[in-house]
Design a protein around this ligand. Sequence first.
Ligand code: ZN
Length: 161
Amino acid sequence: MNTCNSLKELILTDYLDGETNLAIRQQINDHLSACSDCRLFAQDVKQKLVVPFEKAPQETVPEHVWSSIKEQIEKETSVEVESESLLSKVVQFFTIPHLVPVMGSLVIVLVVSVLFFKKHQLQQVKVREQVEYLAYLLESSVTMKESDRNVLKTPIEQYFL
Ligand SMILES: [Zn+2]
């Protein structure tokens, strides 16, 4: 049987952690019901060491996890804020009242120049096609003439020429 001191030591360690096996726990409980001194000690210890932790959350997330989560959130929020502010700046720039006509005319100039450039490109393509077609015609007419000449040549002409 435990003496009061060794029992108090047990109470401070394994008993409060719930690590003691059922037989020992039963012995301690028996002693506590018999010995008021140890009972008061156990109550005191429970009040001071167990109750505060019972109210605390059972599983606490390590601090570095929280800090990294917090960091990540802050980073994402700041990026969002940055992009938001950039977008709003651009929008603001294009919607500054006295700049609207300027921006409008700039857009018109841009559109017109793009259209003109495309038309110009198309014309260039057309000219190139025409030149190629003419070249083809000339080439074919030249070869035709040669072949015609061959066809028109009589054996005598071929002999003399
Ligand atoms: Zn005792």
